[in-house]
Design a protein around this ligand. Structure first.
Ligand code: NI
Length: 467
């Protein structure tokens, strides 16, 4: 389901044809709309909409443009309304130094007060920030906004700013500007952890490129999802699943779903083989995030049995049109060689090519050349190398088995590249990795192909350091 996490359906632009707008939203797969208040009148209007329409919810707050409207009477009114079931958040609140419609000291004071209310009522907040990023972050820290979390709406910063927002445990709101030709957002959006974003329109404002100059509406959130899927190399349904989980956890107090042993993503089926690894890579999110991937909970409590893996694949295969079944996990699958071979033998019958994702230490782990045993079942192997030399491998991948690991990985690559398996070697564009030197090293091995992968931010919303 798609969720529009930021709409203003109370505005006059929707007065003439609201039922038609909602019908188009439903047809586009939008199942929930959070209307966000901004001034005293809009607060009552968003409440009325939430009362009338099952798919609509309300956020209540005073926008920095209207900060001078704040008074004790309004505060009491908002506090009363916070007790309603469909009021999910405090927003939109923040600072706007671009239009400066209210004096800055009053904007700051009203922002602080509303963060205080959010903490008092245990509600997340929805931040509006325009040309005020340093002050917004400073106030969020001073007022302990990380205790309530929320969305940084219409995020427009770079990687540095995104990192600061994620560290405070906030989700990043992505809307129409992602589709604009000169937007810097795609570069940031492709590196965000899948557990860190939600989708929004800000309608009637900020329509996606295809509707520039026209009224925006909730149905167009699907165009944002489509663009984000394209940027991240996944499917629209993957983006929708991730954004929905992120929203539900933040605003509806949803608990983690069951652990996924097999899951569909990018039109592949992935098998979560193990969580134990023989590396401790500097970029790895295994020990530094919630281990949720595109809405799937991948926190294995124990390695799944062959029967469990086979059953999980069976459940995901039908109905579906899948490209590959990928054996992977946050850990190293070749540490379970017998189990992956038995599972592979059983899922082979679906006629979907099998791929193994590995750190390439399988020969070292199993103390023999396991490539022939893998080639019996797997069509392809994807090996993460992430280093141009032994020294870099030691500092970036931190192998448990020490110095000999790098040479063992290269030996494994040589054997795999010479086998019947398609052999892809990957490196993340992590700061310490010399990609061109790594490429040259890989391409010196006959049959080995090289691919660069984008590394994601390690900090994840809901995992704030200060919590
Ligand atoms: Ni807005």
């Amino acid at each position: 389901m798609l969720i529009d996490s930021h709409a203003h359906m109370n505005m006059s632009q929707f007065q003439g044809d609201l039922p038609a707008v909602l019908e188009r939203a439903a047809l586009a797969g939008v199942g929930e709309i959070l209307n966000v208040g901004y001034d005293p009148a809009s607060i009552d209007e968003t409440i009325a909409l939430a009362d009338k329409y099952p798919t609509m919810y309300a956020a209540l707050g005073i926008h920095p443009h209207h900060a001078t409207d704040w008074n004790g009477y309004l505060e009491d009114r908002i506090k009363q309304l916070f007790l309603r079931r469909k009021v999910l958040a405090v927003g939109e609140i923040g600072l706007d130094y671009y239009r400066d419609l209210s004096p800055r000291d009053i904007q700051q004071d009203v922002f602080r007060r509303q963060i205080g209310l959010a903490r008092q009522f245990g509600k997340p907040i929805i931040i509006h920030c325009r040309e005020a990023f340093p002050d917004v972050i400073k106030i969020m820290k001073e007022e302990k906004a990380y205790e309530c979390g929320g969305i940084f709406h219409a995020f427009s910063g770079g990687e540095e700013e995104a990192g600061q927002v994620l560290e405070l445990g906030f989700l990043i709101g992505i809307g129409g500007p992602l589709t604009y030709p000169r937007s810097i957002l795609p570069a940031v959006a492709e590196r965000l952890p899948s557990s860190s974003f939600v989708l929004e329109t800000d309608c009637p404002y900020l329509p996606p490129q295809a509707y520039r100059g026209k009224r925006n509406e909730p149905a167009y959130v699907s165009l944002v999802a489509e663009k984000l899927a394209e940027i991240r190399g996944v499917e629209l349904e993957d983006i929708a699943r991730a954004a929905e989980e992120n929203f539900r956890k933040m605003f509806h107090g949803a608990k983690d779903g069951p652990v996924s042993i097999a899951y569909g993503l990018k039109r592949n089926i992935y098998i979560n083989v193990t969580a134990s690894c023989t590396n401790d890579c500097a970029f790895c999110t295994r020990l530094r995030s919630n281990n949720h991937l595109y809405g799937y909970n991948l926190n294995l409590l124990a390695d799944p049995s062959v029967a469990e893996m086979v059953a999980a694949v069976e459940e995901s295969v039908f109905p579906g049109d899948f490209r590959e079944i990928v054996f992977c996990g946050y850990g190293e699958p070749t540490a379970r060689l017998k189990a992956i071979r038995e599972t592979a033998a059983k899922v082979k019958k679906y006629g979907v090519p099998l791929r193994l994702n590995t750190n390439g230490q399988g020969n070292l782990i199993n103390r023999r050349n396991i490539v022939p045993e893998l080639a019996e079942y797997f069509s392809s192997v994807s090996i993460s190398l992430n280093a141009q030399d032994r020294e870099t491998y030691m500092s970036v991948c931190k192998p448990d088995m020490g110095e000999k690991a790098f040479d063992a990985v290269l030996d494994f690559i040589r054997a795999a590249a010479a086998s019947t398996m398609d052999c892809m070697v990957t490196a993340l564009d992590y700061p310490d990795v010399d990609l061109e030197a790594t490429r040259a090293l890989v391409e010196s091995i006959p049959g080995a192909k090289f691919r660069i992968r984008k590394y994601h931010f390690p900090a994840v919303a809901g995992q704030a350091i200060s919590k």
